[in-house]
Design a binder for this molecule. Structure first.
Ligand SMILES: *[C@@H]1O[C@H](CO)[C@@H](O)[C@H](O)[C@H]1NC(C)=O
Ligand SMILES: *[C@@H]1O[C@H](CO)[C@@H](O)[C@H](O)[C@H]1NC(C)=O
Ligand SMILES: *[C@@H]1O[C@H](CO)[C@@H](O)[C@H](O)[C@H]1NC(C)=O
Length: 314
């Protein structure tokens, strides 16, 4: 009576459906934790500047440096080249400003283009000279909602009421007069909009590298227009503008919205950075790109950081 053939068929079917069940419920039966990585845990390494436009300024038209500077492109959302006579109109990616006194005006016009256009992925602008260096991955962890401003000795980032208070630029006439003119104009055009501690006060500071987050673009545009209209030199205009923004928007006396960067190599007027400086300092000014060793170090340094982009980690 015992039918071995049916028994074998039954066993086979049970085994078959068991395997099918296991296959379909594998993930449920064996929790995801058992796997080293599941799809949603995979993270890609991104450049800290992937939402930043790099505004790169040349004071003289060394366009032969463009291919070298292009190496920054993968680290930034967009690059803007500000090169004397490069083009005759400002757009998102270029301007041709000739005079070196007012590059902040071009920065502010680029901000206007960003705000007027559909560039919502750009959340800040990092300004730097083409012969300054930036090691992008050494900026991981920075507060991208703050303004960043350099802190050095030449010139120091300080505010004063009289140009006699500082040895630097004491030979340039009328700094104080110009800044007072700007303050007066600001008060006339936008009364009480900004917190001005002292109407005679103005600031100076090393302005070859700085970062402005999008939340302050509107203020930077308004203030740049005022300071530019009376001809304020950039190393006075920018520190003064960022200080006005800081005093207006800080939450309390001790909560500045400026992150001071005091570990950049050099200052406004230094040169002679060595290879080791380019490797260990996250930023600096100036590097001599005519020097073959410096150029190679710069390229290698960006190349090694480039190789990190889009690597996965979990
Ligand atoms: C900006 O102008 C430059 C120079 O004329 C041009 O090469 C570039 O394509 C323009 N960029 C945009 C976004 O229109
Ligand atoms: C941006 O838009 C404002 C308001 O419409 C306009 O006045 C200004 O000229 C525009 N700026 C640029 C650079 O397009
Ligand atoms: C990284 O991945 C993004 C998105 O897939 C891609 O657009 C970008 O070009 C990649 N960058 C590099 C340097 O591989």
């Amino acid at each position: 009576m015992f039918n071995t053939q049916i028994f074998q068929w039954k066993s086979f079917l049970i085994l078959f459906f068991s395997i099918l069940f296991l296959l379909f419920n594998f993930r449920r039966i064996f929790p995801q934790k058992l796997f080293r990585e599941s799809r949603s845990d995979v993270k890609y390494i991104r450049s800290p500047f992937d939402r930043t436009l790099a505004f790169i300024r040349w004071n003289s038209a060394h366009i032969q440096r463009i291919p070298l500077i292009e190496k920054y492109r993968p680290f930034f959302n967009e690059l803007h080249y500000s090169i004397p006579s490069f083009t005759n109109q400002v757009n998102l990616t270029a301007d041709g400003l000739i005079k070196y006194d007012f590059p902040y005006k071009m920065v502010s016009e680029t901000m206007e283009i960003i705000l007027n256009g559909t560039y919502s992925s750009i959340q800040g602008i990092l300004f730097f000279h083409f012969d300054a260096w930036i090691n992008p991955f050494k900026f991981v962890g920075m507060n991208f909602e703050n303004i960043w401003f350099l802190d050095s000795t030449v010139p120091p980032f300080i505010c004063m009421k009289s140009e006699k208070e500082i040895f630097w630029w004491s030979d340039i006439n009328g700094l104080q007069r110009i800044s007072q003119k700007a303050r007066k104009l600001l008060e006339e055009k936008h009364p009480k909009k900004y917190f001005i501690k002292d109407e005679n006060e103005f600031c100076v500071g090393w302005s070859d590298i700085y970062y402005i987050p999008r939340r302050f673009f509107q203020d930077f545009i308004l203030l740049s227009n005022i300071y530019h209209s009376v001809g304020t030199f950039h190393e006075i205009a920018i520190p003064t503008i960022v200080k006005i923004i800081d005093f207006t928007y800080r939450l309390s006396n001790s909560h500045s919205i400026i992150t001071k960067i005091s570990d950049c190599w050099g200052n406004c007027c230094s040169s002679g950075a060595k290879s080791i400086d380019l490797q260990i300092r996250r930023c600096g000014h100036r590097m001599d790109l005519n020097n073959e060793i410096i150029q190679q170090t710069f390229l290698r340094s960006l190349q090694s950081q480039f190789s990190l982009i889009n690597k996965t980690f979990s």
